[in-house]
Ligand binder design. Structure first.
Ligand SMILES: [Zn+2]
Length: 245
């Protein structure tokens, strides 16, 4: 799906996982390509059909479903924040154990290089890197000031509650605070799992932020995201509740 000029989003059949492509001219950046072999291959087909060469990969964080790759995406540098790249290094076995993929794809999972700059190093439109420790160490969002699109990683989802995972509630709140000024300006928000939120609609970027804050303050009562949720999300909710004051 074309989100705006130069921004494409594809959604996996598993957990509504999104892959985002930024492109200009013949150059492309692939963010969190996911998930299954046929889906990654279809992504490579799409890029080839549009005459796009992958210049860069970006992983928002070092969880198994965000650090995938396909040989046909080529040999471009695959970058992440320094903390996320370190995490992928130390947890590579764990990452690969969590995946059910052909060996050639497993061999490519979790291979990330650290990038410490404030923006993506490519010739296309500016993409600012916002790093925090909510949900995962060195988790990053990408802010595209041109089209005013926020690629949020595993936060601000319409299908998943905030997943504290390795972060403390304070780190999670600090992550939301960091993203807030961008959320407020965003025309569109792309979550790592779920559907696009558009400004000016009932499901807007600002309403996603409010929902996550309500959840963390335990003021949401019955969070609608838990109503039709799978078992694993209810388990994550129970874990969260043990840690939320
Ligand atoms: Zn994650």
């Amino acid at each position: 799906m074309e989100i705006s000029d130069g921004v494409l989003v594809l959604t996996s059949r598993t957990m509504h996982t999104t892959s985002t492509v930024l492109y200009e001219g013949g150059d492309a950046v692939v963010v969190d390509p996911a998930w299954h072999a046929d889906e990654l291959s279809a992504l490579a087909d799409l890029l080839a059909a549009r005459g796009l060469a992958v210049r860069l990969g970006w992983a928002t964080h070092a969880h198994h479903d965000h650090v995938l790759w396909h040989p046909r995406l080529g040999r471009a540098p695959r970058l992440a924040s320094p903390a996320a790249a370190r995490e992928a290094d130390t947890r590579r076995t764990e990452i690969r154990t969590a995946l059910d993929l052909p060996a050639e794809l497993l061999a490519l999972a979790g291979l990330l290089e650290p990038h410490d700059g404030g923006r993506l190093p490519w010739r296309g439109p500016r993409a600012e890197i916002l790093v925090h420790d909510a949900h995962a160490a060195g988790h990053s969002a990408l802010w595209l000031p041109g089209p005013r699109v926020l690629i949020a990683g595993d936060m601000l989802s319409d299908v998943e509650i905030p997943l504290l995972e390795t972060s403390t509630p304070e780190q999670y709140r600090a992550g939301l605070d960091l993203l807030a000024p961008y959320v407020e300006q965003a025309e569109a928000l792309i979550p790592g799992h779920g559907t696009l939120a558009r400004a000016g609609t009932a499901d807007s970027p600002v309403s996603r932020l409010a929902a996550d804050r309500r959840y963390l303050n335990r003021a949401g009562g019955d969070d609608p995201r838990l109503r039709a949720a799978p078992d694993w999300l209810h388990e994550a909710h129970a874990q969260n509740l043990r840690r939320l004051p």
